[in-house]
Design a protein around this ligand. Structure first.
Ligand code: DX5
Ligand code: ZN
Length: 242
């Protein structure tokens, strides 16, 4: 069984990892849209929605299979918003995600689901919705590679950022400092150049952005702008000015 904290090295002294959400890419021109950001973005974020855990449908494992075939070395960050996750993890694990993230709210057996992902040698992530307290994560933080704090209610792109969720990021950054954990902290929803500094100053390592990136004529330029703002956020965070 693979140990936890397999992807912390992805940071490599970076201020931030940007993971563009393909939910906002043009489905009929997915490859063209990925080419626009592939060199600039470290990761690709794939949102899987089941019309049950969240009120929307998106893709299935066949898209991950196609992406993996086309981009064998790309870090593909798969976020499954499905219930129960244990009914679907196998079919996604078969297509080699770089990290597989499941929701804590979607199963009474989150510990078991995370164990089963790790058992397959794939890094695992856990996510919580805006209405879920961060404390539910404390018993499992020692076994995850990534924690995804949703900054909108999952289901749709293009929603407004919920600032109260930043407190959870600060709590996770503090927990990581005082416990032997090496997870990355990710935020997803309503993120773009305007709030990148804020998110990174609170302790975010990985930012997911969909509409802010793919909704613009020059998506790569948006990522560069986010990176500059992230560096400012890192400096603020270091000074402890929060
Ligand atoms: C929401 C998804 C997000 C979404 C982000 O359910 O998990 O990844 O695509 O989109 P924006 O950046 O447009 O809020
Ligand atoms: Zn997502």
């Amino acid at each position: 069984m693979a140990g936890p904290f397999q992807i912390i090295n992805e940071m490599e002294g970076r201020s931030v990892i940007i993971s563009p959400s393909l939910l906002s890419a043009d489905v009929l021109n997915m490859e063209r849209d990925i080419e626009k950001i592939e060199r600039e973005a470290e990761w690709l974020h794939l949102d899987i929605m089941d019309g049950h855990f969240v009120p929307n449908l998106s893709y299935g494992p066949s898209l991950l299979k196609a992406l993996r075939k086309r981009y064998p070395d790309k870090f593909i960050d798969v976020h499954i918003m499905v219930e129960p996750p244990e009914a679907f993890t196998g079919m996604f694990l078969a297509e080699r995600p770089s990290v597989l993230t499941v929701h804590a709210e979607a199963t009474p057996h989150i510990h078991r689901v995370l164990q089963s992902i790790r058992h397959e040698g794939v890094p695992c992530g856990v996510s919580i919705n805006p209405g879920t307290p961060v404390e539910v994560l404390y018993p499992i933080l020692h076994m995850v590679d990534l924690v995804l704090i949703m900054s909108v209610n999952p289901g749709y792109g293009g929603q407004s950022f919920i600032p109260e969720t930043l407190k959870k990021v600060s709590a996770l950054a503090e927990w990581r400092r005082t416990n032997e954990c090496g997870y990355l902290i990710q935020m997803d929803g309503g993120i773009g150049p305007d709030n990148t500094e804020l998110a990174v100053s609170h302790g975010c390592d990985v930012l997911v952005a969909g509409s802010a990136i793919f909704g613009k004529p020059d998506p790569a330029a948006v990522i560069r702008e986010m990176r500059v703002n992230a560096e400012r956020g890192r400096q603020v965070g270091k000074k402890g000015n929060l």
